[in-house]
Write a protein of this length. Sequence first.
Length: 49
Amino acid sequence: MPIGVPKVPFRSPGEGDTSWVDIYPFRNKKKPSPFQLNLDEKKYINESS
């Protein structure tokens, strides 16, 4: 059973301090990972076939 939401260190551009933010909203702010891009490309290829 999970104890809490995983957190990651995040520093906004122009800020000196790093704060810990929940990983779920944080991952939507970042660029997609290469793994996610590969999934999207395969989905597109499968839809156009």
